[in-house]
Design a protein around this ligand. Sequence first.
Ligand SMILES: [Zn+2]
Length: 292
Amino acid sequence: MRPNILVAALFMSAAASAQVGPVTTEPEAVPFTVGAIQMVSLRDGANILPNDGKVFGVDAGVEAVDKVLVAAGATQGQIDLSVNTLLVRLPGHVVLIDTGYGAARGLTLASLEKAGVAPAAVTDVLITHGHGDHIGGLLTADGKPVFVNAAVRMSAAEWAAVKAAPANAKLVAAIGKKVKTFAAGGAVLPGITAVDLSGHTPGHSGYRVASGSKTMLAIGDSAHSYIVSLARPGWIIQYDKDAAKTIARREALLAGLATSGETVFSPHFPYPGVGRVTKAGGGYAWVPGLPR
Ligand SMILES: [Zn+2]
């Protein structure tokens, strides 16, 4: 999600019948394991967006989106989005995947504290992409790096895109020396490989964590709504910079995940954002649950 969309959503809340905007949540830390690797899903926040045809299913229309919501047992007129981040403990590395909104409203640091991890203990911050709900937590309210001992890792294409946006000047100056880039789809750390999921942004990356025969894929913003994005992966989402490329990637990704049954971590699916994808109707559905 992008902050400017959230502002628009807040502005419209007075007129829309559905209750929309940021949702008050508490810090939470839910642990789980993939093979021998310990992870903790961290709650950063949550939002409700109006189903106004401007973000989800812009090509399908409000009524069609409402139909999908109702068929899934959800409230029509609104789209629920969590914001989740992920702690991954590797031998010699304490890894955070994305950082949430940051000082203004994000709960990732408080959730991290619940997990018993101080920001200075984080050795690597892996960024899926450079939107505010993913990179906002890199800086303190007064513009200093939060994770003082961490390398900040993202794809070379994403770092180029972050640097090219004038709004990121302060961030780029503060963290530039900490950034270590990787080639699309390249190895990132022992046990973590990047997956090229570009389209949502130019260098958008997923991260696959592997331990023995067990794996988990952090899908970033390849899908936003656990209902709409899965039931109708071919519908345009306004957040996606390159809509056609993103749709092709999303359809291929979901087909693969439904076949493999691989554990998925999604930053915007209902907290803790862990589960798997299954085929349903002409599309897919989310099966929440920690891996066993
Ligand atoms: Zn997002």
